[in-house]
Unconditional design. Structure first.
Lengths: 286, 286
DNA sequence: TCGGATTACGTGCACCGTAATGATC
DNA sequence: GATCATTACGGTGCACGTAATCCGA
């Protein structure tokens, strides 16, 4: 069998055209390369070069050999990257979530339970979450409803109730509860990374204007400093994140109250069993 | 990059299941293999094995790696054989010939003119010769007529006239000349390796019986010892191969007199120029 | 006790770099 | 003289084998 370094040397020579150029590319001395080429010919027992004292050129054999060399080297490189990718995928848990709130409790839980694995998470929409789960891009997802799929294992893991946060002077601030359609055509401060809530706002308030903020700190400061309505939830309020100069009004739309479901493939159920048990005891939103 | 020997070792282990079995297969010590596997893991920076003190097993990573190893090794093996085949094809001249006689002069000519190349020859029928030439299976053919193809270069290279060799007592032995159809329904001694002459006999004498001999010596001895008619030619007669106890009668059929053409691809004309020149001076049948 | 895996240690080969030579422009 | 390829020579890394150890059936 031919050593891989011989193929690398041949490939370099085929690319560069001269031994000296190739040797520079390979960080190698010219004599070393010269010997490699000789050895390659010897191993294959085939003439690969025409030697004109001062010039080395590939024969037809040589170009054929170089083509093979490229293919083999590419395949080996592919092997390395693919195996590393495969390994990394096996030692990372990818979590997809429909909203940011469940992640806040789920991520610490996972890192605690699987200290040897790295955990990644991203927000995504319902259908993408389910697709990603079945395709293996996610091992665990949090959906805003029960997927009811025979291949999936799902467990309720908490609730979240949307509120509208209004300044006391706002005309709607004294209502005990509202519907989203009551708020249509208003302007809102909206943090961008809120998952499926964003869809809900767009759908229910097609005429509203959303002043979208990508930076969480900027968003909070604007809420503080402006009289613009914004959204919050019972979870956030319980966490004490409601502002004293704001009145939080319940939203009665059925979609404004969500039950989160933690979902994995049935085949992964055993692996995630400890997580499901912990959630059974104390859910992700309490 | 991973050294090829590491892949070979991995492949062997994947096939054998234990280091000791694989080491035996590789004619290698167990420790050497053990180290190879460790090095492979180190190079890939990935766990390939589960180690149970006394048992070494491939992980999923490992089986994936082994699959790649097989592919790479196969590709490399393929490279070696393909290049050697390609080289051999380039340093052999394959000659196809419609009859044995022209070969007797052509082969020495070729070996003399191209001492570095190996020459192979075979008898074949006209169409196969032309197909073989265009497909590269032959570089040079001898056809029984001018192929008249614009991509081919052809030159007459000799003639051969068929004779029927009869014992003096044979009823037809005193004719100055005969046609093949005159001989139909007789029994003949026929040497098998005579190229297109065989076709001719079958066509012109559908009722004749041919006692076919595969061994040249046996054939000649039977000609000597029996009273059965057989075939010969002017070339053979000039060579002094006619038997004293036989009368050779000319065959008048136009097909019984053939002009041979030496043919090559126009693209190879330059390469074979010396051969064509020599033949121009003294042809293959004189 | 045997078979399988790993560790420890010494050795030889093979690949490398430096230096020198040959050859062509 | 500059560039390119090859040969000669000495050094070193590394893959190997032998021997020893550990562990489980």
């Amino acid at each position: 069998m031919l050593d891989i370094y011989l193929l690398e040397h041949l490939a370099a020579f085929a690319e560069c055209g001269t031994l000296s150029a190739a040797s520079e590319k390979l960080h190698l001395s010219q004599p070393a390369l010269s010997r490699s080429m000789q050895k390659l010919e010897e191993c294959l027992a085939v003439k690969l070069f025409t030697r004109q004292k001062n010039k080395l050129t590939l024969t037809e054999n040589g170009t054929l050999a170089a083509q093979y060399a490229f293919r083999i080297l590419a395949l080996e490189q592919d092997m390395i990257t693919k195996i590393r990718d495969f390994d990394r995928k096996n030692r990372t848990i990818s979590v997809g979530c429909c909203a940011p709130v469940p992640l806040e409790a789920l991520m610490p839980l996972l890192t605690y339970q699987h200290p040897e694995m790295s955990i990644t998470s991203e927000l995504n929409y319902k259908q993408q979450l389910l697709d990603g789960l079945s395709q293996g891009n996610y091992q665990l997802i949090v959906a805003p409803e029960d997927p009811k799929d025979k291949d999936l294992y799902a467990l309720p893991c908490g609730n979240e109730q949307l509120y509208i946060s209004l300044p006391p002077a706002h005309p709607l601030a004294n209502y005990p509860a509202l519907y989203l359609k009551d708020l249509d055509s208003q302007s809102f401060l909206l943090y961008s990374k809120i998952g499926f809530w964003y869809e809900l706002c767009i759908q229910k308030m097609p005429h509203a204007k959303f002043l979208i903020q990508n930076d969480r700190d900027v968003f909070l400061e604007l809420v503080e400093a402006s009289a613009l309505p914004s959204f919050t939830s019972d979870v956030k309020i319980k966490q004490g994140q409601s502002r004293p100069n704001r009145i939080n009004v319940l939203l009665r739309d059925p979609e404004a109250s969500v039950t989160y479901y933690l979902v994995c493939k049935k085949s992964d159920k055993h692996f995630f069993q400890p997580i499901f048990e912990k959630i059974h005891d104390s859910n992700l939103t309490s």
